[in-house]
Ligand binder design. Structure first.
Ligand code: NAP
Length: 284
């Protein structure tokens, strides 16, 4: 069965659009997301455009601050400071990657933790690991939402996550652990990766290598979540980290790229923006 993240995202967005309308009636304004884009990397421009468009579709306000890649770290930190103070800004997102002369960790830490819609601020990361309320990182949260929506039982199941990045691999492993799965994290130094992945009832793949996971690495009937966004070197089309055509018949459920995890990432970003707005307006 092919899991459509797009369908779930559409339903969640419909419900959020209604909530935005209600809140506009109550507070006289709508949630405001500000995206800061440094440079003109085509991939980043396309992500930022997608986020702004999705916010607009929900009736939210979105602004994009475009800055050349020559901007100094100090100037960028000054912009963030201004956005932190602005009561009419609810969510702040700095599109990554940043140019090498800017310390991305410093920039993320400068964003108010209460406006950190990406969930990357160190205090939000700490809260996630301490199981305290926080803004959850969007892609990992989207994956858990997909699994719950599909009725996938996680408690007691063997979950394997390939990839240990701060934005996907590590947090999704923690969220799976919170759902009482037994979690293994694999990475580039893992020996005999196939023997590890074949144990997985739930396999989450976040590597960044086109069609890396082959059918022989998948346990029959497993749920396969493909996070990768790559260009297929043969066709030039978007593809995931999983060889979809080969793995789909072996799997029990599988996401596709595009149309799987990606739409849920944006939806969870908008959900975080709405949450920040509600807390901001309630003065919490
Ligand atoms: P990343 O920071 O580059 O991390 C990649 C991880 O994969 C690392 O932990 C690395 O291991 C591991 N890895 C690389 N080669 C491997 C191999 N041959 N065998 C096993 N593990 C290997 O990437 P990321 O930011 O997590 O992103 C991963 C993919 O997800 C990318 O394609 C990205 O575009 C995509 N993505 C999609 C969304 C979405 O919304 N759909 C959101 C975020 C990211 P080491 O730690 O040992 O180096």
């Amino acid at each position: 069965m092919v899991i459509s993240g797009k369908e779930l995202a559409t339903e969640m967005k419909r419900q959020m659009a209604e909530r935005v309308k209600e809140l506009e009636g109550k507070y006289g304004r709508v949630p405001h997301l500000v995206v800061v884009l440094v440079g003109d990397d085509p991939g980043s421009v396309s992500y930022v455009t997608g986020k702004a468009k999705a916010a607009g579709e929900l009736g939210m306000k979105s602004s994009t601050i475009l800055k050349p890649s020559t901007i100094s770290e100090e100037e960028l930190l000054g912009i963030i400071e201004g956005l932190n103070r602005d009561r009419e800004v609810d969510g702040i997102l700095v599109q990554l990657p940043l140019p090498s002369h800017i310390d991305a960790d410093k920039v993320i830490a400068a964003i108010s933790k209460d406006k950190d819609v990406d969930g990357f601020h160190p205090l939000n990361v700490a809260a996630l690991w301490l199981k305290q309320p926080c803004l959850l990182p969007c892609t990992p949260h989207g994956i858990i939402r997909i699994l719950k929506h599909m009725g996938v039982e996680m408690a007691g199941k063997r979950a394997v996550v390939i990839g240990r990045s701060n934005i996907v691999g590590l947090p999704v492993a923690k969220l799976l652990l919170d759902e009482n799965a037994t979690v293994t994290i694999a990475h580039s130094k893992t020996k005999d990766l196939g023997s590890v992945t074949r144990e997985a009832d739930i396999l989450v793949v976040a590597i960044g290598r086109p069609k890396f996971v082959t059918a022989d690495m998948v346990k029959p009937g497993a749920v396969v979540i493909d996070v990768g966004v790559n260009r297929d070197p043969e066709t030039g089309k978007l593809c995931g980290d999983v060889d979809f055509a080969a793995c789909e018949p072996v799997s029990g459920m599988i996401t596709k790229v595009p149309g799987g995890v990606g739409p849920m990432t944006i939806t969870c970003l908008l959900e975080n923006t709405l949450e920040c707005f509600e807390r901001n307006m309630a003065g919490k």
